[in-house]
Design a protein around this ligand. Structure first.
Ligand code: IDP
Ligand code: MG
Length: 143
């Protein structure tokens, strides 16, 4: 997901370009303003933490671009491409390392496990919004 700061800073295209050039397939995508109830559910693992309310306020402060990314090792690779949660610790070459400064404005979200991806996809998309298709370069991406 491109968070509201990434949308406002016009970084959607740059972030999509990294995902596409890596070889991952975008199988669903939408720009939407997240309702507060959905945001609370999205970040349910952080309930009770001191930054929780700021996080919910921020993620609902403007539109996000949510997407479902498909490809071998996509969850692990996307987390690496996003970089460390605190951009100060995120290495150069990562989205947060290159494009962000502070933890609360770290531009992107990525699911951290198969279980959270399954949960988050169901939260943000209907099953009919996921499109199965073949990229023409798949045989050059996979051995
Ligand atoms: P992640 O986005 O790298 O998975 P999480 O620990 O799941 O990081 O935290 C979710 C989001 O909450 C972070 O991306 C960041 O925007 C925010 N966040 C995490 N820890 C802090 C904090 O200590 N202060 C402020 N915001 C935080
Ligand atoms: Mg997380």
């Amino acid at each position: 997901m491109v968070k509201p700061d990434g949308v406002q800073r016009a970084l959607i295209g740059k972030i999509l370009q990294r995902i596409e050039e890596k070889g991952f397939k975008i199988v669903a995508m939408k720009l939407a303003l997240m309702p507060v109830e959905k945001a609370k559910e999205h970040y349910v693992e952080h309930v009770g933490k001191k930054f929780y309310q700021d996080l919910v306020d921020f993620i609902t402060s403007g539109p996000c671009v949510s997407m479902v990314i498909e490809g071998r090792g996509a969850i692990t690779a996307m987390r690496k491409m996003n970089g460390a949660t605190n951009p100060v610790d995120a290495v150069s070459g990562t989205i947060r390392g290159d494009l962000a400064i502070e933890t609360g404005r770290n531009v992107v979200h990525g699911s951290d496990s198969t279980a959270s991806a399954t949960r988050e996809i169901a939260l943000h998309f209907c099953s009919g919004e996921l499109v199965a298709y073949k990229r023409i370069d798949e045989e050059w991406l996979y051995e």
